[in-house]
Structures are given as C-alpha cells and as structure tokens.
Design a binder for this molecule. Structure first.
Ligand code: GLU
Length: 379
C-alpha cells in the first residue's frame, strides 16, 4: 500500500487533535480558521465512506484562559479549567461541523472506561452506535474527575486506546511536528526523518525526545506509547504535521512527509487475540448441538441455544462455551450476567426484553467477541 492511500483504504479512522493546534499559544483562543479547514477535510472523508472519530484536547487550555489562571495549574485548578473549557470546546466542534450538517457527540473517558472490559464494551457499543447514526464522536479525557495517579494524562494514549477499543484501521496524530526523527530536529540538524516504522524497537523508543510546546502534554514519548498500543491492535498510526490548513487533505498528497507506524495485523484478529490470551475465565455456558454447529460456522451465541450456565460472571466477563458433550468449543465475552442467562436460556432473543424487563443485546456472545477452540475437553 502506498502511504498516501492509507486514509482511502481505511474504514474507520481516529484523529487526535492536540491543544497546541486548536489553540493560539499567544491569545489562548481557538484557531477557528484552522478548525474550519479540518472540518472540510473530515466532511470529505465521511462523504467518501470513511467513519471518523475525533479525540480532541483543549479543555484545560481554553478553561485556563476563561478563568484567567496562571501557568503551573494545581490539580483542582486543572479540573476547574477542564470543566469550564470543555463546554467551549464541545460548542466549537458542534458549531464547526454543523456547517456541513454533521452531528457531533461528546464522550469523556477515564482510564477505567477503556481498561475494564465491561466498561470498555459499553463505551465501544456507544461509539459504534453513534457511527451507525452518522454522528461524529468527539472524545476527551474526563479531566474534571481525573487525578494525577488515575488519568491517561495525554490524549495520544487515549486516542490509541480509543482506536483499539473500536477496532479502527488508522490512527492519525495531528501534531506540531511532521513525524519521528532520529533525534530532536530543532537541536540536531543531522537528525534523520523516519518514514516507515515496522517494529517499535528500543532504538525507535530512544529516538523519542521530551515535550517542547507550551500547551500539549504529550511529546514524542507518548506518541511512541500510542504507536505500541495501536499497532498491536492491528491499527496503523500516522504522525503528521497538523499546523497547516487542510491537514488531512495534505496527508493524501504524494509530496507530504509523515511517519507511518505499520499495524502488526488486522484489527479483528487483535481483538480476538486479546480474548484468547485472557486467562481469567469467570464461568461457562453450555450450548446445544444446533448452537455449536452454528458458532462453528461463524455465528454468534444466542440465548435459544443455551442449555446451562456455571459460575458467577457479570456482563463483559470472559466465559467458556461448552457443548453438550462437555467439550470446550471456545471462549468469549458475554453480554449478560449468569443470573440473566439463567432466566433467558432456551428462549428466543425476541423474548429477552419481556423476560428481563429491559432490552439487552440480541446476542449472548457476539461472534466478534468469540474465539473458537476446537481440541479441548472440559474434563
Ligand atoms: N485532556 C486535556 C485537555 O483537553 C489535554 C491532554 C493532552 O493535550 O494530551 O485539555
């Protein structure tokens, strides 16, 4: 694949926009013209069939200006600034994208929302539903409740977690530098531009320098961390210069220089690898012959085919799937707890709502969350 075709060949793209691009470092105000040029690019991408998720920083920098706070904010000042600035930030996104009749939705995430499997599934489901409804999710860290110990701290890693969570094909870090160099190009004129990175070796990690700009909290170090997360999740990552107008359009032109961190494998296999590598199985469900045949053909596990359940598991937990001969067929993430399964087993998916009193998922274990394991027996 040619570098400039990366966007065109992607179905789902996460774009991370740092504070240093969105906010003028002298006035502390939003760079409206730049944002409008980016909105134009995003609109074009969506029209060509690409799904777009935005991770946008800026709340702390905007709130700091609004509240006339000085540099070196304390934790509660940062939280207050984020609470104030996030409204302005969300409003700017809404206003700008509405010029193209595009809807945006704000999602604020804390680390627990992406690390805990159950919350991760909930956040993923919301994101995917928004995309289905043609809404652009605009994500930021939930800075108002984050403390120094419990926070992503920078939106590079948050964006990579989001890319992993929603099985994106491409993560674009719009930055104040056009890519990775062998050393800091501002200090060393012999530093070499790194075009393509197929593996994140210790040499690559060594090349990452410290943070330089006033507003952005992530330097090259956090970008390399983000690259590790996304490439391991089967998602390509790009670091490119975002300081120009229409940065996404420019990215598709042959002459534009940027660094490409190549994905290790396909997104879905990364997700399935997470499941097959997970050790903590919380319980099991036993399914009938028809259901075992169906899942071997690539279908999801439905309540109708379940004949029993064992163990105490919750929604989002990893469970084993056993056939009626006690053979382990696979494992996957359940959308229902053991108490719910006890009630809905053997029933058609259409009846779940009347049995439980609320509408859950149609599938107990979705095929995307299921890994087959052919040769093991439970006993
Ligand atoms: N979440 C922070 C904000 O919106 C910024 C984090 C970052 O710049 O990486 O202000």
């Amino acid at each position: 694949m040619n570098k400039q075709d990366l966007i065109k060949n992607s179905k789902r793209v996460v774009i991370k926009i740092g504070s240093a691009l969105l906010i003028d470092s002298k006035t502390g105000k939003l760079q409206k013209n730049w944002l409008e040029s980016l909105a134009f690019d995003i609109h074009n991408l969506i029209n060509s069939g690409v799904e777009v998720i935005i991770v946008s920083s800026g709340s702390i920098a905007l709130g700091k200006k609004q509240l006339c706070l000085k540099d070196n904010l304390s934790l509660d000042e940062k939280q207050a600034a984020a609470a104030t600035g996030q409204i302005t930030l969300a409003h700017a996104w809404k206003e700008t994208m509405s010029k193209y009749e595009l809807n945006v939705a704000q999602i604020l995430l804390a680390p627990d929302d992406t690390e805990t499997r159950r919350k991760h599934l909930n956040a993923r489901a919301t994101l995917i539903r928004l995309l289905d409804l043609n809404v652009i999710p605009v994500i930021n860290e939930n800075d108002t409740v984050s403390t120094e110990e419990i926070r992503f701290g920078d939106n590079d890693r948050l964006a990579a977690r989001v890319a992993q969570m929603c099985s994106a094909d491409l993560l674009i870090l719009l930055s104040d530098i056009n890519g990775l160099y062998s050393s800091d190009p501002n200090k060393n004129k012999d530093s070499v531009f790194i075009d393509e990175i197929t593996e994140i070796t210790s040499k690559i990690e060594y090349m990452a320098g410290p943070t330089h700009t006033t507003f952005s909290s992530g330097g090259m170090v956090t970008k390399i961390e983000a690259a590790k997360i996304s490439t391991n999740a089967g998602c390509h990552m790009i670091i490119c210069d975002g300081r120009i107008n229409n940065p996404l359009l420019k990215l598709q032109q042959t002459k534009t220089k940027f660094s490409w961190f190549k994905a290790n494998h396909q997104p879905m296999s990364a997700r399935k690898q997470w499941i097959s590598a997970a050790l903590q199985v919380k319980g099991r469900i036993i399914i009938d012959q028809g259901a075992s045949d169906a899942i071997k053909k690539g279908n999801s596990v439905l309540s109708a085919g379940i004949i029993g359940t064992e163990g105490n598991y919750e929604k989002g937990d990893l469970i084993e799937i056993i056939d009626h001969n006690k053979k382990i067929i696979g494992k996957g993430l359940t959308h229902f707890s053991h108490t719910e399964i006890e009630l809905i087993k053997g029933s058609h998916s259409d009846n779940i709502e009347s049995i439980l009193g609320y509408r859950g998922k149609d599938e107990v274990v979705h095929r995307d969350d299921l890994v087959l394991d052919k040769n093991k027996s439970k006993d």
